[in-house]
Design a protein around this ligand. Structure first.
Ligand code: ADP
Ligand code: MG
Ligand code: MG
Length: 210
């Protein structure tokens, strides 16, 4: 079966940095509607810093790559999303210690640890209108597809689709976590910015492993 190589993982990170650059304005618009209008700028600042630091881990394993991403997001992104995405990658790094490639099941376990880390840190539940509403369905779809012996590309395709549906479902939700929760019922009718950037992360994964 197809393995997740160090090289492909870096491609995923680079693809996500490019997607964030492309969608910076759109993410900012979404955050202007229900937050403070900085989600695009926060994510772009963080991933441009990641890109500039990637050469420092060129010789490292997968853990070194994921740790660099997590630490850089923690230290360069001011908003709530930085520590949360930072946690995702730091948890993935712990699951990738000493490894230059991961089996699909190991990638799933690493992402699962990342999601659990975000939940432990942010205390959001499904339905609270956060990035969890895109990430959790994606993670569940990924696990289910791999359990059913689907290939990694097909499993990631299904995960991306679940993330997209999860993102879309946030529009009808009332925010119960983060700045958008200050709006109460007025947060209804707008997609969540973090669920939108989380879907992009899964979309980039699906495009990287084809
Ligand atoms: P800030 O709100 O500090 O300006 P961002 O605008 O970068 O940070 O990120 C906002 C996004 O963070 C929200 O759209 C939501 O998806 C996510 N978020 C906020 N609070 C939480 C939380 N407690 N758990 C999970 N995700 C959260
Ligand atoms: Mg914001
Ligand atoms: Mg902010």
């Amino acid at each position: 079966t197809m393995a997740v190589t160090r090289e492909a993982a870096e491609q995923w990170i680079r693809a996500y940095a490019a997607a964030i650059a492309e969608h910076e304005q759109a993410l900012t618009q979404l955050d202007m509607a229900i937050g403070d209008g900085d989600h695009g700028a926060n994510m772009h600042r963080g991933f441009q810093a990641v890109l500039s630091r990637l050469p420092t881990v060129a010789e490292g394993d997968l853990a070194a790559l994921f740790k660099l991403v997590g630490m850089t997001l923690l230290s360069t992104v001011g908003g709530t999303s930085g520590p949360l995405y930072g946690t995702l990658f730091l948890q993935m790094a712990l699951r990738a210690q000493g490894k230059h490639e991961l089996a699909p099941e190991e990638l799933e376990a690493a992402l699962r640890a990342g999601l659990d880390g975000i939940i432990a840190r942010g205390k959001a539940a499904p339905g609270d209108k956060t990035m969890i509403d895109a990430l959790k369905p994606a993670q569940d779809a990924l696990r289910q597809a791999l359990n059913q012996q689907e290939s990694l590309p097909e499993a990631l395709r299904q995960a991306e689709e679940a993330a997209r549906k999860g993102r879309d479902a946030t529009t009808a939700m009332e925010a119960r976590k983060g700045r958008a929760s200050y709006l109460g019922p007025r947060s209804v009718g707008h997609p969540d910015p973090g669920a939108t950037s989380a879907h992009l992360l899964m979309e980039c994964a699906a495009r990287t492993w084809v």
